[in-house]
Design a binder for this molecule. Structure first.
Ligand code: FAD
Length: 341
């Protein structure tokens, strides 16, 4: 059979990393990325890009840990290479702090990040309203540079990228053998997934180069994540809120909350407000599906619904999606050789 034609729909961190894993593991495929928006206009561009996993209640912990570990290992190697600054990947140390000691003092990812340990009494003095904390070093992706780096790598391998809104996956059946759905919150409309819902996040991107350590309140709402050039301070988690317009009251609230943790942010400059919709679900939808109309079949692989943790697990889920694409290719090759007999 001729080289299988694969369309990846979506150009956020999930679509681009999935396309790259497909190219790396199925070099005989012809891969095309189709997307309504590219960087800097995706949810992935709004994210802070910190590698601190979010827990998916519907996915076994050992699977989530595997996805996180694969992502951490992949980005750690980039952070330790000459590509690090162009790819926007760097190590960052800091603290996760709690007003009350959490039930789970050792999160499942504690042995994947570097140097995880309880904070000392002396360190906790920086946060007089908190009584427990964890210190560790993790990785951060500066999101727009990382997305551009992924795009550059894809183009270098001959992947074509087109701006196109797909109204129905079936519209691609005459051009492609396999379609990979990485449309994030767009899957709510595209495939009518009612289990997928937005969790609105508003953040500020500020200039405050003297802040070097990350600070995350254990409730996950208030955080300060220093990047190479700018700091992301946040945030909000508003379930089922589709509004993409920044709210000025929320901006002030975020700024005040972050200054109470890091008073020097009062001097932050060049404040830009961003809003994104986390594509949330009980579990990531990572599975094969066969669409069929009038005896004609289209093989689909879904990879969406990464919620608040897409950057933390993107490489792990992209590898799994690429494995599912290889299964689809094997099925196509089986069907083609049976047809010749
Ligand atoms: P997207 O980035 O939304 O990409 C979807 C793509 O599909 C887009 O290119 C879109 O144009 C395209 N598309 C959609 N519908 C169609 C269609 N019908 N036809 C064609 N194209 C279509 N995660 C972390 O791990 N760490 C963090 O620190 C972190 N911080 C965050 C902070 C905020 C404020 C927010 C909002 C999110 C944060 N996240 C974080 C979560 C992370 O951003 C998401 O999990 C991740 O970006 C999801 O990526 P995606 O590629 O699935 O979606």
């Amino acid at each position: 059979m001729a080289a299988p034609k694969v369309a990846v729909v979506g150009a956020g961190v999930i679509g681009l990393s999935t396309a790259l894993c497909i190219v790396e593991t199925c070099p005989s495929c012809s891969v095309t990325v189709l997307s309504e928006q590219f960087s800097p206009n995706t949810t992935s561009d709004v994210a802070a890009g910190m590698l601190i996993p979010h827990t998916y209640p519907g996915t076994p912990i050992h699977v989530q840990k595997q996805w996180f570990k694969e992502t951490f290992t992949y980005l750690f190697a980039i952070s330790n290479s000459a590509e690090a600054s162009e790819a926007g990947i760097h190590l960052v140390s800091g603290w996760q702090i709690f007003k009350n000691t959490p039930k789970e003092e050792l999160p499942f990812w504690s042995d994947v990040v570097l140097g995880f340990r309880p904070m000392s009494e002396a360190e906790l003095q920086k946060f007089p309203q908190h009584q427990f904390g964890q210190a560790f070093t993790t990785l951060k992706c500066d999101c727009p540079p990382y997305l551009l780096w992924l795009e550059k790598r894809l183009k270098a391998t001959g992947v074509q990228m087109y701006t196109r809104k797909v109204a129905d996956l079936w519209e691609l059946h005459s051009e492609y053998n396999i379609v990979v759905n990485c449309t994030g919150i767009g899957a709510h409309q595209l495939v009518g997934d009612k289990k997928l819902f937005p969790v609105r996040g508003q953040v500020l991107k500020v200039h405050a180069p003297w802040v070097k350590n990350f600070i995350r309140d254990g409730d996950g709402i208030t955080y300060i994540y220093p990047g190479i050039h700018r700091i992301t301070i946040g945030g909000t988690r508003e379930k089922e809120n589709w509004n993409l317009s920044p709210d000025p009251g929320t901006t002030k609230d975020i700024f005040d909350r972050c200054c109470s943790l890091e008073p020097s942010l009062q001097g932050a400059q060049d404040i830009k407000v961003k809003v994104g919709l986390r594509p949330s679900r009980q579990c990531v939808r990572l599975q094969r599906e066969v669409l069929s109309q009038g005896g004609v079949k289209l093989l689909v692989v879904h990879n969406y619904g990464h919620g608040a943790g897409g950057f933390s697990v993107h490489r792990g889920t992209a590898k799994e999606a690429a494995r599912l694409v290889r299964e689809c290719i094997a099925a196509l090759q089986g069907a083609s050789s049976r047809a010749k007999l």
